[in-house]
Design a protein around this ligand. Structure first.
Ligand SMILES: C[S@@+](CC[C@H](N)C(=O)[O-])C[C@H]1O[C@@H](n2cnc3c(N)ncnc32)[C@H](O)[C@@H]1O
Length: 264
């Protein structure tokens, strides 16, 4: 599949998930809150939220900061439509449909960039290059992204049954750090958090996985899973009597230097 067709497929999956996304996105909302808590008090300036979905991060930002201009960018038209419905007509957000890997925005226009659980869907090196391009010198990006180890209870259950997990694999922390090191961005270090959610009903847990729209395969294809056996092994991997979904999340703070670093 070409990169353009894959982006289209990812956007379509998130657009389909958009009407119900809010109900299933409990962990995303927790991550969004943690992300905004990392940010300093802001008094003015422009903030771009990449992969804004239905606007969880922008909601927190609008609540906490008055005189800022907010831009919400997402690949999925359905997510943006859903976001627009929840904001009034005089909302401070400008909504932009676009791809994080090719931002349709001018250079050095943003004081801050945020992105919550979206960049794992992108080529991180392209997305970071774009973030660097649109940030003003001295501007900072606050990003959280899924890392390897996410969904490990579910993946463990699939592997125990001899099946490939339908969930995509994610970059390791070391890979993310290597990708950052290839940019001019200065990292304040990566904070790691594991966010977990438990469900006592198998179909609810599966619906949750589908409801967040995260079901587009980036790598390979999968065979259908044997549901009954999956229930037992997923419970076992979750410590019994429940189905656990865990996100291993890396929180990054990356600043564009006021002057470009020179290579020695
Ligand atoms: C898991 S949702 C997170 C949404 C929101 N940030 C939140 O925390 O609730 C991921 C979002 O990233 C968007 N997305 C995926 N790939 C993207 C890309 N290449 N460019 C822009 N947005 C993208 C999806 O459409 C989706 O809305």
């Amino acid at each position: 599949m070409t990169p353009t067709a894959l982006r289209q497929q990812i956007g379509d999956a998130f657009s389909r998930a958009a009407p119900e996304y809010h109900r299933h996105a409990t962990l995303q909302h927790t991550a969004a809150r943690h992300l905004v808590e990392m940010m300093p008090a802001l008094h003015a300036g422009r903030i771009l939220d990449i992969g804004c979905g239905t606007g969880a991060v922008l909601n927190h930002l609008a609540e906490q900061h008055q005189d800022i201009s907010l831009y919400g960018l997402d690949l999925a038209a359905g997510m943006l439509n859903q976001a627009r419905r929840t904001w009034s007509d005089d909302s401070p957000v400008r909504w932009v449909q676009g791809n994080a890997e090719m931002l349709p925005l001018a250079e050095q226009g943003m004081d801050y960039v945020t992105s919550c659980l979206a960049l794992q869907w992108c080529d991180l090196s392209l997305a970071l290059a774009e973030i660097e391009r649109v940030l003003k010198p001295g501007g900072t990006a606050f990003i959280c992204t899924l890392l390897r180890g996410s969904f490990h209870e579910f993946n463990q259950a699939c592997h125990a049954l001899g099946h490939q997990s339908p969930i995509n694999s994610f970059m390791s922390l070391a890979d993310v750090e290597r990708t950052i090191a290839m940019t001019q961005l200065v990292s304040a270090g990566v904070q790691l958090r594991t966010l977990s959610e438990h469900s006592h009903v198998f179909t609810d847990a599966l619906r949750h996985l589908r409801g967040i729209g995260a079901n587009t395969r980036l790598q390979g294809t999968c065979h259908p899973l044997p549901a009954r056996r999956l229930q037992a092994v997923w419970q076992e991997a979750s410590g019994g009597q429940r189905y656990t979904i865990s996100y291993r999340v890396g929180f990054l703070q990356l600043t564009r230097p006021s002057k470009n670093r020179t290579t020695p």
